[in-house]
Write a protein that binds this ligand. Structure first.
Ligand code: CP
Ligand code: NVA
Length: 301
């Protein structure tokens, strides 16, 4: 069974093939209306369940559109509306869904939930974000980097801000795609210890971004963080805002990324988000293409 649970759990050769497939599929449908099926529809006769236990715009819409472009059908399910949200076990849910659908994509809180889903499902499971990782996002980000600035191998990627789930998938990708990853942020918001060895820490953001090929940030308060932490986090992270002065210290042709949704003028200024380094909407678009390739990988079609 080929699940897509995390970048470090997927073979680097397979990851590279996914990116290549995504680029080929993207090129092949340039200029077509979004609802036009691809020339090849390998998900014809396939049913895909998209389960959300947290809000989503990009993941929800890009998976839904992607399945349809590949000729398949989707059902978008809210965890709260399922028996899952009322005490049915993940294992039983996985066994039942496997009798109806060919693929499950899930966005959830605990990593254990997606792992249990994968363990008991008879169909592939894709991680659409947990508290600990967001692998689909980083596949789109690697694809986006390479579209603009060529191979990511050996490049310097600097993350400024909270050492969160999206950072974790960047750390996994740093090993699999062989780039250098620097974390700059306050010690209380350091990445989890399981990621040690995959990146280096440079506390001073100005120093960290020197020579950066890519500067990345994300929201200061993630969906799984308590809202009560908001003010404290803002105070801790204010010095790590990505603004024009910080971007000016990176390479002249550096890129700026943010997975979105953003809190403009908190983690990054609008001048950066809408500025010449920014590729944030290409990232969002590439979620579609990268995930189509991930689904083809999982289903071997
Ligand atoms: N980047 C991302 O996953 O966005 P959504 O929360 O809108 O899906
Ligand atoms: N770190 C953010 C990413 C949202 C796509 C969150 O988990 O809320």
């Amino acid at each position: 069974m080929k699940h897509f649970l995390d970048i470090h759990k997927t073979d680097p050769v397979a990851l590279r093939e996914i990116i290549d497939t995504a680029r080929t599929m993207k090129d092949a449908r340039k200029g077509l209306p979004k609802g036009t099926p691809d020339a090849e529809t390998p998900l014809a006769n396939h049913m895909v369940a998209l389960i959300f236990e947290k809000p989503s715009t990009r993941t929800r819409v890009s998976f839904d559109v992607g399945v349809r472009q590949l000729g398949g059908q989707t059902m978008v399910l809210s965890g709260a509306d399922m028996q899952l949200g009322h005490g049915e076990t993940i294992a039983d849910t996985a066994r039942v869904l496997s009798r109806y659908v060919d693929l499950i994509m899930m966005r959830t809180f605990e990593e254990d939930t997606i792992l249990e889903m994968a363990e008991y499902a008879d169909v592939p499971v894709i991680n659409g974000l947990t508290n600990r990782s967001h692998p689909c996002q980083i596949m789109a980000d690697v694809m986006t980097f390479e579209e603009h600035n060529g191979p990511i191998k050996g490049k310097k990627v600097v993350w400024s801000g909270d050492g969160n789930n999206v950072f974790a998938s960047f750390a996994h990708a740093a090993r699999q795609f062989d780039f250098d990853l620097v974390f700059t942020g306050p010690p209380p918001l350091d990445p989890e210890p399981a990621l040690d060895g995959l990146y280096t820490i440079v506390r001073d953001p100005d120093e960290a971004v020197q020579g950066a090929d890519l500067v990345v940030t994300d929201t200061w308060v993630s969906m799984h963080d308590p809202q009560s932490a908001r003010e404290r986090r803002h105070n801790q992270l204010r010095g790590y805002q990505v603004n024009d002065a910080l971007m000016a210290k990176a390479k002249p042709d550096s890129l700026f990324m943010h997975c979105l949704p953003a809190h403009r003028d908190d983690e990054a200024t609008s001048s950066v988000m809408d500025g010449k380094h920014s590729v944030i909407f290409d990232e969002a678009e590439n979620r579609l293409h990268a995930q189509k390739a991930i689904m083809r990988y999982c289903l071997e079609v």
